[in-house]
Ligand binder design. Structure first.
Ligand code: ATP
Ligand code: MG
Length: 319
């Protein structure tokens, strides 16, 4: 078996003069859930389309499921594109079977699996409902099922959570985990950090056309120092409390907030314990993936703002 189900190197795409994707490389381990995160317009969809061979890159290569051309392995791939669409006149079950048939699945088997999937996901009410009568989110769930009904080895989902209510989001998370447990590899894009944080074995962050981070969720969170929230039991002497805390500690309500390096946790606890201020509340935690994402994207944006060419334009504009 191949170690990586997706190996793309140096993918680059221009739209006119604009470089929408700039030397993006990804390696998605077989059997993992892999997230591609990034702000709007970062280049996620374009990267996924090049990965699947839907559009040709200007540079770079994509190897799927062990080096075959994307077309030769298309029956082993499931794809939910960013722009959704099903035939409005079809019933849900037929729409799913139809998508399966396009990827080589026997029609009656597709109908059978469609009913099973829909029942498991609590969607049995709409098995025989026509697509045109469905809400947007419901139709999206049908399309999602249709994209995996043929039990693909590689599943690529572009913003699968967008437009789903919290219950359907949870069902989708369950479905993604189950597909992974079956042995499938899942590559998906999202802006919703909470899903990525819960689901991803690894992730890449793309901002301004380039890959800016690659690793595990915890690696991303470790880019930022730990956040401490400390409530003294005796808060009568703020200056004396501030003296045992790192510089930059701020008091909001009755709690002190500050960041701390990994090696400074025990010394901090020792100082608090040795003091007369006591502990009425204390939490020390890694920031969430959301904070790491915002940090990385802001850094990239700041780099662009500091770009000499941009500075020159801004100077000219303000002169
Ligand atoms: N067919 C196209 N023609 C011209 N420009 C395009 C085309 N497709 C995408 N772009 C541009 O390329 C950039 C990247 O677009 P892309 O859709 O890959 O971003 P994205 O990360 O998927 O964003 P979103 O989070 O909004 O889905 C954007 O600036 C977009 O306007
Ligand atoms: Mg997109």
């Amino acid at each position: 078996m191949n170690d990586f189900s997706v190996e793309v190197h140096g993918l680059t795409k221009y739209f006119g003069d604009y470089k929408a994707v700039d030397h993006v490389s990804l390696a998605v381990p077989t059997g993992s859930i892999y997230g591609v995160l990034g702000p709007n317009g970062a280049g996620k969809t374009t990267s996924l389309r090049m990965t699947l061979g839907i559009i040709d890159p200007d540079a770079g290569t994509s190897r799927l499921l062990g080096g075959h051309k994307p077309a030769s392995v298309r029956h082993r791939i499931g794809y939910l594109p960013e722009e959704r669409g099903l035939y409005p006149g079809m019933k849900a079950r037929e729409a799913i079977a139809f998508m399966g048939a396009l990827r080589g699945l026997d029609w009656s088997e597709g109908r059978r699996r469609a009913a099973t999937f829909m029942t498991e996901l609590g969607l049995e009410r709409v098995i025989d409902e026509k697509i045109r009568k469905m809400s947007k989110g419901m139709a999206q769930m049908i399309q999602l099922i249709g994209s995996i009904v043929h039990a693909p080895d590689l599943i690529v989902l572009d913003e699968p959570f967008s437009g789903l209510d919290p219950v359907n989001q949870e069902r989708l998370e369950m479905l993604v985990r189950r597909e992974r447990d079956r042995g499938a590899t899942i590559l998906f894009s999202t802006h919703v950090m909470a899903h990525a944080e819960r689901l991803c074995d690894r992730l890449a962050i793309i901002a301004r056309s380039q890959r800016r981070f690659e690793g595990k969720v915890d690696d991303a969170r470790a880019l930022l120092p730990m956040q401490v929230r400390y409530i003294p039991r005796d808060d009568s002497d703020a200056a004396s409390i501030a003296a045992i805390l790192p510089g930059g500690a701020t008091l909001r309500g009755d709690a002190w907030h500050f960041a701390i390096g990994d090696g400074d946790v025990e010394p901090l606890l020792a100082r608090i314990t040795a003091s007369r201020h006591g502990v009425a509340g204390l939490s020390i935690a890694r920031p969430a993936l959301h904070d790491a994402f915002v940090h990385i994207v802001r850094q990239v944006d700041a780099g662009f703002d500091a770009d000499p060419a941009t500075d020159a334009i801004e100077e000219a504009a303000t002169a």
